[in-house]
Ligand binder design. Structure first.
Ligand code: NAD
Ligand code: IPM
Ligand code: MN
Length: 346
């Protein structure tokens, strides 16, 4: 089989540290990968003023997949790298599904005391191209006491339906076959109504899937005190952002949470990245946990049809997580990466 053409965007802060470990694992699993690095991020922005040049974006379209670390740096104004680099990639490559598993691995400590792995096993299907992330906005009289800031949420029938269909398919493929819409229909009456009607209508085509609804505030509570309620969740871009950090926390920490920005129609490459950011507070210290990135590599392999390789990576992570529980000393980014790499190779 031909080589996987992979674009690698390490990005900023711990992004570069965790991506290095992800690539080691990818190499060890024996997938034929031809990786090309792109130096997008804070350093390039300071040097050239560029975030994502059009020519680079066009080049990225030609890859089979993208592996990203994280972007964002305290030296760059908020939003520059987040919007013009990361969100632009998600929008331009039509990553309308932001797939975020929330799964407690055996042996991993959760702040929810008595929760067992079977209690925390869900997939959040976060919409990736619309909502407040994509709406218009503006400011009037900035800096005055009469400043007015607006930020609109954009929701289209087309955009909502395609992600809802994807979520139904995910639910149908799982044993519990349950899909929960998470929104705020009691206040966001226009957008919420579109989402609720879409779930009802598409649901008619999925009689075997049980549907359920939960407001985002209550869902945030249930993530903590009744996570077993959830199987597959479908939700808006912003709610999905917030709830998957809660999900990461209850499933053992943000250092374990993986994600895929998926273009299910395969009209452009999908992009895999940890849920976490560039963590300036620990960057450069070798303290970042690379596990989230390594699990994102497993999602990448699975997306490219390499199911056996994906399973091997996941198993290696699961085994490593079990061993951490055995009271070993805290390990560095590289030590964790090396340990998982050795299991994958062995
Ligand atoms: P963050 O996820 O970077 O960090 C939050 C906390 O989690 C920090 O205390 C950090 O040390 C810790 N943490 C994160 N990843 C970890 C890991 N792998 N191992 C151990 N600890 C880890 O979120 P933030 O501090 O809100 O944001 C920092 C920057 O990252 C901002 O510029 C933000 O915009 C950006 N960001 C980028 C992405 C992305 O690229 N997808 C995601 C989130 C935030
Ligand atoms: C994430 C991040 C991004 C988001 C930011 C950095 C744009 O928080 O991937 O979860 O809000 O989607
Ligand atoms: Mn986030």
């Amino acid at each position: 089989s031909r080589n996987i053409r992979l674009a690698v965007i390490p990005g900023d802060g711990i992004g570069t540290e965790v991506v290095a470990e992800g690539l080691k694992v990818l190499d060890a699993v024996g997938a034929k990968v031809e990786g090309t690095h792109y130096d997008l991020g804070a350093e390039r922005y300071h040097r050239t003023g560029e975030t994502l040049p059009d020519a680079v974006l066009d080049e990225l379209r030609g890859y089979d997949a993208i592996l990203l670390g994280a972007v964002g740096d305290p030296s760059v104004p908020p939003g520059v790298l987040e919007r013009d680099l990361l969100l632009r990639l998600r929008f331009e490559l039509d990553h309308y599904v932001n797939l975020r598993p929330v799964k407690l691995f055996p042996g991993v400590e959760t702040p929810l005391g008595k929760a067992r792995p079977e209690d925390i096993d869900m997939i959040v299907v976060r919409e990736g191209t619309e909502s407040l992330y994509a709406g218009a906005g503006g400011v009037l009289r900035r800096g005055t006491p009469h400043e007015v800031a607006t930020q609109e949420s954009l929701n289209t029938a087309f955009g909502v339906e395609r992600v809802v269909r994807y979520a139904f398919d995910q639910a149908l493929a799982r044993p519990r076959k349950k899909l929960t819409l998470v929104h705020k229909t009691n206040v966001l009456t226009y957008a919420g109504d579109l989402w609720a009607r879409t779930v009802d209508r598409v649901g008619l085509e999925y009689p075997d899937v049980r549907t359920d609804y939960c407001h985002i505030d209550a869902a945030s509570m249930f993530f903590v005190n009744q996570p077993e309620r959830f199987d597959v969740i479908v939700t808006d871009n912003l709610f999905g952002d917030i709830i998957t950090d809660i999900g990461a926390a209850v499933a053992g920490g943000i250092g374990l949470a993986a994600s895929g920005n998926v273009n299910p129609d395969r009209t452009a490459p999908s992009m895999f990245e940890p849920v976490h950011g560039s963590a300036p507070d620990i960057a450069g210290q070798g303290k970042a946990d690379p596990t989230a990135t390594i699990l994102s590599v497993a999602m990448l392999l699975s997306h490219l049809g390499l199911a056996d390789e994906a399973a091997r990576v996941e198993r290696a992570v699961a085994d490593d997580l079990l061993e951490r529980q055995a009271g070993r000393a805290a390990r560095s980014t590289r030590e964790i990466g090396d340990a998982i790499t050795a299991r994958v190779a062995g």
